[in-house]
Design a protein. Structure first.
Length: 473
């Protein structure tokens, strides 16, 4: 086996630098919270966008000294207050006067018993003199332990802490990857970033993503399920990016079980296999499922040897495929651990997805301002599709949109153009079944005994599809 450079070898000179100023303030706040959770191993609760009383986040309890605390040593017991200061300007230096309005809030928190230790994180630079002034004013406000961490500290932490990058994958698109990845992984990462760059900018770390990370870490296998356009492929691609970094894996984007087995190298255990639409793209394809069933023992052997496998599938296709998978080989006994329903999103996750797509979309500023009051109602609509949220952020899809609560919620709940795109991807069998369902209104018996009218519905669907194919040819 060929020797490869050690994972994590720094190839680029100088201190790491991530473009933190390009993050929104909420994304920066989430990054700061992840530092406490994933780096310092402390629990942390982040507060809502407004009325936080001078607290972006808080931690109550006894500080558990991390095994490798990155220079943060003996910190008194809580309560802790996490405050974030984000600037959109690159190379900005934070001055104590920028925090004048916060010092009064800090004193009020101390008097209410809500602040013993105060952690200020900023993406700006902080000079030694400014840090000393800020610390003194915090001490004067009654804080027992003030801590000021600047943008370079955050960049150094991102570069040195892979687990942080795994749970905040947006940072992969913000800096020089050659400072955290070795040469062979760097080439693949650049290609993946070309595919992922826009998606990473709006990516929200959901419970589904966290579950998928844990499944791959613990079991080497995960199946991502969901309806069309709920984000399965984006999560799979993001896992592929983190696999380059977290597990030193090289990615193989195989097309089926045969491709996985063909590319599996027993002498290269750190391989990451990503297979989209494993059991069919728009309908269940029996030959693909038969191939998985036939090769599943080999697939699980690869997993047990160190390979990691991520499959995606539409949920209705998996329901058709599942009975044909061999139970003695396929990890059905661990199904609840390795199968992730991507479509399950909390209200907060929905709101963040919408916010990201509107903020980073192509809508004019005046449209974004008029959309803002209606976004909570839009996030509460059923069903909720991240792809439709993306379209709401694009002017090309919203030319006829009425900028009212009813107009925005109708766009989310009844996305006509999106449904037409999904329908056009269906085969004649699926279209015929859909037509029969609508024709039957409330009751479609099973098993189905076709009458003449139903046979005509099926024939009509097949004729229409054949005519369309003839025109396209």
């Amino acid at each position: 086996m060929t020797d490869h450079p050690r994972k994590g070898t720094v190839a680029a000179p100088g201190s790491p630098n991530f473009a933190l100023h390009t993050l929104g303030w909420r994304a920066f706040q989430d990054l700061c919270a992840a530092v406490l959770r994933e780096v310092w191993a402390q629990s942390v609760h982040t507060f809502a966008d407004s009325n936080d009383g001078g607290r972006d986040g808080a931690f109550h309890g006894t500080w558990q000294q991390p095994p490798d605390p990155i220079g943060v040593q003996d910190i008194p017991d809580g309560p802790f207050v996490l405050q974030c200061k984000h600037t959109k300007k690159a190379d900005t230096t934070l001055a104590p006067s920028d925090r004048d309005d916060e010092f009064a809030k800090v004193q009020a928190l101390v008097e209410r018993g809500l602040c013993g230790s105060y952690v200020l994180l900023t993406n700006a630079r902080v000079s030694g003199a400014s840090e000393a002034t800020i610390r003194r004013r915090l001490l004067d406000a009654g804080v027992r332990y003030p801590l000021v961490l600047d943008g370079q500290w955050i960049c150094d932490t991102i570069a040195s802490r892979q687990r942080l990058r795994t749970f905040v994958p947006r940072v992969y698109g913000l800096g020089d990857l050659s400072q955290i990845l070795d040469e062979r992984a760097y080439t693949q990462a650049q290609a993946l970033l070309g595919y992922l760059r826009d998606d990473l900018a709006t990516f929200v770390v959901t419970d589904a993503y966290r579950h998928a990370v844990q499944a791959v870490q613990n079991h080497g296998f995960v199946l991502l399920l969901g309806e069309p356009a709920v984000g399965k492929s984006v999560i799979a691609a993001t896992l592929a990016m983190t696999a380059l970094d977290a597990w030193g894996c090289l990615t193989v984007n195989a097309h089926d079980a045969d491709g996985l087995i063909r590319h599996w190298n027993p002498d290269e255990p750190n391989q990451f296999f990503w297979i989209d639409d494993a059991f069919g793209a728009v309908r269940h394809e029996q030959q693909l499922t038969d191939s998985w069933s036939r090769h599943m023992r080999h697939v699980m052997t690869a997993v047990h040897s160190g390979a990691k496998v991520v499959l995606t599938s539409r949920d209705y296709i998996y329901r058709d495929a599942r009975p044909y998978l061999k139970e003695y080989a396929y990890p059905l006994r661990q199904e609840q651990r390795v199968v992730v329903d991507v479509a399950r999103l909390s209200p907060q996750e929905r709101q963040q997805i919408l916010y990201n797509h509107i903020k980073l979309g192509a809508q004019p500023p005046e449209v974004r301002a008029r959309l803002k009051p209606h976004l909570k109602a839009a996030a509460d609509t059923e069903p909720f599709y991240p792809e439709v949220a993306r379209r709401l952020g694009q002017q090309a899809f919203t030319e006829q949109l009425e900028l009212t609560t009813s107009g925005v919620t109708a766009f989310m709940a009844r996305p006509t153009d999106f449904l037409c795109d999904v329908y056009s991807g269906l085969g004649p069998d699926e279209k015929a079944a859909l037509a029969l369902t609508y024709q039957a209104d409330e009751y479609l018996p099973a098993p189905l005994s076709l009458d003449n009218f139903q046979r005509e519905v099926i024939s009509s669907c097949c004729r229409t599809d054949l005519e369309r194919c003839a025109v396209e040819r």
